[in-house]
Design a protein around this ligand. Structure first.
Ligand code: SAH
Length: 258
């Protein structure tokens, strides 16, 4: 049973590739797929690409061409829920596309043809991700949080936390406090309590739903989707998210192989 690990950003993927045994790079659909073993488990590592369509292509290729049995996503996201701070980790238990709007033909956010607006993540895989994330954040390295960022003052003075809940994806980098607030409150009014926003997860969740494959996702909070999101982002990815992804995913695969 091959496990696919999808990363959104090359920095996150490269740290995992370094741990790969018997690594083999295969080009397909204009993308590089890394085949090999982590902790004795067959895996394929791939970059999702940015946005819902790119991520769907990659997910479909993983299933059709590489025959993976499950897909796990690692990336960064903007925190929009209360207390979802930079340096925290969100494990998605459900996904929704915040830019899906076929109203008035369908209720806002409902996926036409699916009679639903949310796709559920696989509970056992999500539990393994949560466990690996909690273990990492509790470790000495995880306690560094993002305090190691080039002498910058941490924006989140509390210890990093793991959250579980709804994550929303859309083809927008949300980088205005007013937009993040609007997105959150309109979703909340419809009963969707969103913790974080990003650009790929819901698309991969939909592809996995179509093929009947388990899917889970872990996102490190890189910004608060506000007016400084683009400022925080690059340094955070370089110094923190890459380290989180490496430790959490290796911990996850280790548990998987028990
Ligand atoms: N700097 C990158 C582009 C990153 S786009 C490059 O040059 O290639 C942002 C990525 O981070 C996406 O993968 C998205 O899923 C996630 N993300 C982080 N914060 C986000 C936010 N506030 N809004 C939307 N997506 C966000």
């Amino acid at each position: 049973m091959t496990t696919a690990i999808l990363s959104a950003l090359p920095e996150e993927q490269s740290s995992l590739v370094q741990h790969l045994l018997h690594a083999q790079r295969v080009m397909h659909a204009g993308r590089a797929f890394w085949l090999g073993e982590l902790h004795g488990r067959p895996v394929v590592l791939a970059l999702s690409g940015i946005g819902k369509v790119a991520a769907s292509t990659t997910a479909t290729a993983l299933i059709e061409r590489f025959g993976v049995a499950r897909i796990v996503f690692t990336g960064v996201a903007g925190g929009v829920g209360d207390g979802v701070n930079v340096g925290d980790v969100v494990v998605a238990n459900e996904y929704l596309q915040h830019d899906m709007d076929a109203s008035p033909l369908f209720p806002r956010w409902e996926m036409p043809g699916y009679a639903r607006s949310r796709f559920v993540c696989d509970a056992p895989l999500s539990a393994l991700l949560s466990g690996a994330a909690s273990a990492y954040l509790a470790s000495a390295d995880g306690q560094l949080g993002f305090r190691s960022m080039d002498g910058q003052v941490p924006a989140n003075p509390t210890a990093p936390r793991v959250h579980a809940g709804l994550v929303a994806s859309g083809d927008r980098f949300v980088c205005a406090a007013s937009e993040a607030q609007h997105l959150r409150s309109t979703l909340q009014a419809a009963g969707h309590d969103v913790l974080a926003v990003e650009m790929e997860g819901a698309a991969v969740a939909q592809v996995c739903h179509d093929y009947g494959l388990p899917f889970a996702a872990v996102r490190t909070i890189s910004d608060r989707a506000d007016d400084t999101a683009h400022v925080d982002f690059p340094a955070f990815v370089r110094t923190v998210a890459t380290r989180y992804a490496e430790h959490i995913l290796l911990g996850f695969v280790q548990e998987l192989s028990k």
